[in-house]
Design a protein around this ligand. Structure first.
Ligand code: 3PG
Length: 221
């Protein structure tokens, strides 16, 4: 099996506490969104591969906003892992895990968070040699209570929960020892993106960055 992501690329969960999950319809929004997140104090952005412009958006951010860590989310096929690497993604996130998807993500040499939602899926990812994973869909799969309950029997697994998390519910996750970061789309609401309201994105990022500081991360990312 390929190397664990934690070893090949360093820990993603120790690098960020709040991971903005961004769905873009217009590639021209990519750079201003990334700059607004940086201005608000967030060091990373996940572009979901759910829209046709996503790979070009990753490319644009990688080229023009080097101060942010840019990753690809919603990686659901082995081929998308390679496409994201080629576009300049620095990390990968998948909503679920299969052996082929795990192998393809590991093959890129990038950091990655394979998706899990059950204890058996968590054990399967650990068996493959990876300790950092996404917990998705978090709220629908048991929320912070699930992660708290799994902490004692499966202490090796560390999580980035996403799915239904808000600025208000994020602290309940971030207070858990097996949670490194939380992800969500609340930082880039669709109506703000449609209006090009980058100051709202920056303000939401600033609130999220405060969660990050309360977790004890330094400001350098
Ligand atoms: C994801 O891909 O991680 C989720 O769609 C994010 O969930 P949210 O939109 O409920 O924050």
């Amino acid at each position: 099996m390929p190397r664990p992501s934690d070893v090949s690329g360093g820990s993603l969960l120790d690098r960020v506490a709040v991971l903005p999950v961004v769905v873009l319809d217009r590639v021209e929004d990519a750079v201003p969104v990334a700059r607004a997140l940086v201005a608000g104090g967030l060091p990373a952005i996940e572009l979901t591969l759910r829209t046709p412009v996503a790979l070009d958006a990753i490319r644009a951010i990688a080229d023009e906003v080097p101060e942010i860590l840019v990753g690809a989310g919603t990686v659901v096929t082995p081929g998308q892992a390679k496409q994201a690497l080629d576009a300049g993604a620095q990390f990968l996130v998948s909503p679920g895990s299969t052996p082929a998807l795990l192998a393809a993500m590991a093959e890129t040499g990038l950091r990655f968070l394979p998706g899990t939602a059950t204890v058996s899926e968590v054990l399967a990812v650990l068996e493959s040699g990876f300790t950092e994973m996404k917990f998705f869909p978090a709220e629908a799969s048991g929320g912070a209570g699930f992660l708290k309950a799994i902490g004692a029997p499966v202490p090796a697994a560390r999580f980035c929960p996403t799915g239904g998390i808000t600025v208000d519910s994020a602290p309940s996750y971030l207070s858990l020892p097996n949670v490194g970061c939380v992800g969500g789309s609340w930082l880039t609401p669709g109506d703000a993106l449609a209006r090009g309201d980058w100051s709202q994105v920056e303000q939401l990022a600033r609130e999220a960055a405060a969660l990050r500081r309360s977790r004890g991360f330094d400001d350098a990312g």
